[in-house]
Design a protein around this ligand. Structure first.
Ligand code: ZN
Length: 350
C-alpha cells in the first residue's frame, strides 16, 4: 500500500510503508476500517514538510502526512453499533486517552496523551486505508460530499473558536487572516449569528474569496486600510464584539485589542511558534475576555449538520483537487503558498 511519506524536512515520497500495514492488521472491537477518499492538505502538513517541526513536535523518523479526511467504512469491529460497511464518514484526527482527567472533564482536546494524525510520532492518513475508533468517526448525510467532509476538520477549528467566543445574534466580528482557518472562522461566526464579519489580510486575492462567501463579510486590506479606523467608523466608535486572531503573527497580536469594543472577546487561534506579547493595558480598560483554542472538541457532528443543512458552505474554499499519484506535486504547490488558493485536496483511488 503506497503512502505519502515525509522522509525528513524538504523530502516527501510516495512509497510502500510496511510498518503501517502491520499496525493496521489489528481491528479493535470498537474500531472501524476506512477506505480513504479525500484528504485535505493542511498548513501544518506543509509546515512539517518545509520546516521538519512545529514547536515541540519534531519529525525524527519518516512520517505519513495528512489529517483532514473522509472515506468509506469497509470493516467494523465486533462491538461497533453506530456505523456499518458502506457508510460514508469523516474522521476526527485526535484520539485522547479515554480515561485521562482531561477527557473525563470534557476537554479531551487538551489531553496531554492525545494521539493526533500527522503529529510526530503519530502517522497521518495519506494512505489507502486506516483503522480509527468508532467514537471519532462520523457518518455523512447523502448531501455532504467527500470533498466537503474532508473540510470538516479545519471547519471544526472555526466552529470551536466561535463557540468559545460565545457569539450572540447580531454581534459584529473581525477575523484577522484570510487563510483557510480565517475563512472557516468567518463562516462559523456568521452561522453563529453574527450580523457582520470583517476579514482582514494582506493578500487581495484571499480577500476577494472572503468577500465572495457572503454579503455579510466585509474585506479589509491591511496594506492600504487601517482595521481599527474602519471598524470604529462603522460602529459609531464602539468597536467589534469579537476579534478572532487567525494569523499567528506577533504584529497582529500586538494590536489585537484596538478594534475591540468594551467588554468584548478576543479569541487567539493562530499558532505561535515563539512567545508573543500583547497589550494587557488595552485589554484591561475594555475588561476584554481572552480565549485560547487548541484544535477543537465535540464539534464534528455540528459541522456535518451545518454542511448538510446549508448553514455553512465550504465548497468555495476548495480551490484545487489532485490525484493521489500527484501528491508530491500537490505538496510542492501548497508549499509555494499560491495566493489564489485556499484549500488543496487529494483524492485517493477508489
Ligand atoms: Zn488541519
Amino acid at each position: 500500500m503506497k503512502s505519502l511519506v515525509l522522509e525528513k524536512k524538504d523530502d516527501i515520497t510516495l512509497r510502500d510503508f510496511p510498518a503501517i500495514d502491520r499496525e493496521e492488521e489489528v481491528l479493535g472491537s470498537r474500531d472501524i476500517r476506512i477506505k480513504m477518499h479525500t484528504v485535505g492538505i493542511c498548513g501544518s502538513d506543509v509546515h512539517y514538510y518545509t520546516h521538519g517541526r512545529i514547536g515541540p513536535f519534531v519529525v525524527k523518523e519518516p512520517m505519513i502526512l495528512g489529517h483532514e479526511a473522509s472515506g468509506t467504512v469497509i470493516e467494523t469491529g465486533s462491538e461497533v453499533t453506530t456505523l456499518s460497511v458502506g457508510d460514508r464518514v469523516c474522521m476526527e484526527p485526535g484520539v485522547p486517552d479515554p480515561n485521562s482527567k482531561a477527557t473525563r472533564l470534557g476537554m479531551y482536546n487538551v489531553d496531554p496523551a492525545v494521539r493526533f494524525w500527522a503529529t510526530p510520532p503519530v502517522h497521518g492518513i495519506l494512505r489507502p486505508t486506516c483503522v480509527h475508533p468508532e467514537a471519532f468517526t462520523f457518518k455523512l448525510p447523502d448531501n455532504v460530499s467527500f470533498a466537503e467532509a474532508a473540510m470538516v476538520e479545519p471547519l471544526a477549528v472555526g466552529v470551536h473558536a466561535a463557540t468559545k467566543a460565545k457569539i450572540k445574534p447580531g454581534d459584529i466580528a473581525l477575523v484577522i487572516g484570510a487563510g483557510p482557518i480565517g475563512l472557516v472562522t468567518a463562516l462559523s461566526a456568521l452561522a453563529g449569528g453574527c450580523a457582520r464579519v470583517y476579514v482582514a489580510d494582506l493578500a487581495e486575492k484571499k480577500l476577494e474569496i472572503a468577500a465572495s462567501l457572503s454579503p455579510a463579510i466585509t474585506p479589509i486590506n491591511v496594506k492600504s486600510q487601517d482595521i481599527t479606523e474602519i471598524v470604529k467608523r462603522d460602529t459609531d466608535g464602539w468597536g467589534v464584539d469579537v476579534v478572532f486572531e487567525a494569523t499567528g503573527s506577533p504584529k497582529a497580536a500586538a494590536g489585537v485589542f484596538e478594534p475591540l469594543c468594551p467588554g468584548g472577546c478576543v479569541v487567539m487561534i493562530g499558532g505561535q511558534p515563539d512567545p508573543i506579547s500583547y497589550d494587557a493595558g488595552a485589554a484591561m480598560i475594555r475588561e476584554a475576555r481572552v480565549e485560547n483554542i487548541f484544535r477543537y472538541a465535540h464539534v464534528f457532528p455540528r459541522c456535518v449538520a451545518m454542511l448538510s443543512s446549508g448553514a455553512i458552505d465550504v465548497k468555495p474554499l476548495i480551490t484545487r483537487t489532485f490525484a493521489f499519484e500527484d501528491s508530491v506535486r500537490a505538496f510542492d504547490i501548497a508549499a509555494s503558498a499560491p495566493p489564489a488558493d485556499v484549500k488543496l485536496q487529494i483524492e485517493l483511488p477508489q
